[in-house]
Write a protein that binds this ligand. Sequence first.
Ligand code: PEP
Ligand code: MG
Length: 591
Amino acid sequence: MSFQVFGIAVSRGVAIGRAVLVASSRVDVAHYFVAVDQLQAEFDRLLRARDAVALELETLKAELPEDAPHELAALLDVHLMLLHDEAFTGGAGQWIFERHYNAEWALSAQLEVLARQFDEMEDDYLRERKADLEQVVERVLGALAQALGDAPAPITPRDFAGEDPLLLVAADIAPADMIQFKRSVFRGFITDIGGKTSHTAIVARSMDIPAVVGTREASRLIMQDDWVIIDGDAGTVIVNPSPIVLEEYRFRQRQSELERARLARLRHTPAVTLDGEQIELHANIEMPADAEAAVTAGATGVGLFRSEFLFMNREGELPSEDEQFAAYKAAVEAMRGMPVTIRTVDVGADKPLDRLTVNELRHEHVLNPAMGLRAIRWSLAEPSMFRQQLRAIYRASAFGKVRLLIPMVAHLSEVRQILETVKKVQQQLTDAGHAYTRVELGVMIEIPAAAVMLPLLLRHVDFVSIGTNDLIQYTLAIDRADEAVAHLYDPWHPAVLQLIHQSIAQARAAGKGVSVCGEMAGDPDFTELLLAMGLRSFSMHPSQIPAVKQRVLRADSLRLAAALTRVLESEDPRGTAERELASARTGTAVH
Ligand code: PEP
Ligand code: MG
């Protein structure tokens, strides 16, 4: 039966493929394909892990003390029975032999199938056995992890011709897990949870693959292996489409690929408006390896390196100064002399460090993470870690143009502490004989307080970067990751537009650099408005650079600026912008 699920469009384009349901708790399980001649060996690896767990359970059972409650032995029997059930390894084996999944993936795929069968059982006792099944799977995954050395080499999707494209469906995916899906086998994402600028959505956009979030129940309604279309522009998911609908979307998919190829030709064209204003189009990156895509897309620098992604998936150990230095240096060298703006770690809110690390740092009881010990607050609360990061950033400055960006600043006292720490760090580096050059210091404008008091902040910094994702969240009191209030998350809200406009105007009046690095900068719907406000530096995912550049090439900044007041004073800024700013747009950029 064909049906649709509606969500929030977060990453454009159309993806067509088979659904792979992954339980949120198992999103971090490795997903890769195994070469055909290794399939039997992979199945054997699974059987060995199963046998190791069976032995462990048998031993546990044999060693139960005489007076142990008899439920314990019964429970171990249930686990052993599940483990030896044909539906367990046999089912997982099918995923290996037919789909070429690695053992961990095959096991979690089979768990999804069996868990649904348990959910549908009438009998309460049997239904509750799902928890036992999950525990058994957890044990086998643990055994597989212990024997990781035996795992086959993953083959990349490109080498694998026989498989339909795969689309990931999960209740939720944490940003830290998303990062592992970069260059993964999945061609699209669907989640129940999330908003347009949640970090999961941001990473999906950076991967340039279609995604829909905030569907609320896609992971319950979609079945393993269903045919699914993701319409990343409309925010809809079509499950088991009819042949006619499928054909229509295949056509749209081809059209959007052609459009991308057409836009890619703008790569070497300088971003200059019709009236000769030169515009910087910088890239947002999460890892040093992303710098290559930034150069390929024609970025003229990195406007936001979200360094916190280096701090995730660490299982307790944060990156050392040397490890950070190597990462920053790699990004700087990859940008070949173009500026690289490194933001100090912005953990907290929807980008938590993993549990172990957080516990170790004793910050585990977070009541309201978006308003808690996040970003610069966290860095100032962990001064030795902050100094370590600053040292690594300054050391990278010896290899290219580095700029330092501080997230979530709201107080002058924070800026003073940052400046003092920078001084201390410079002295430490000099004493240790490390080379560094001048690093411009910037703060992010993400909290309304910072925008309102900007003239004071500007006295102490070289540049500012407007983080519209958080600025909208904090101005409108809307959790950016919460789909329940996503309809109220409105970049067109007059208060948001006023704060952005004022910030750009004040920074320019003070002769300081100003850019926008939130998602608005990469959305072509806002290019003209931001140009009209006087913005000359945009930072976005590399994949969005061509579409924004096309808008820049067609824009006349003087005509746009003349229309700005009418937009800002309008009760319907979006409608007014569409009318007023579109009439100031001329010409066709791509020939
Ligand atoms: C922002 O808030 O706009 C921003 C760029 O930072 P992040 O999305 O990483 O919070
Ligand atoms: Mg932010």
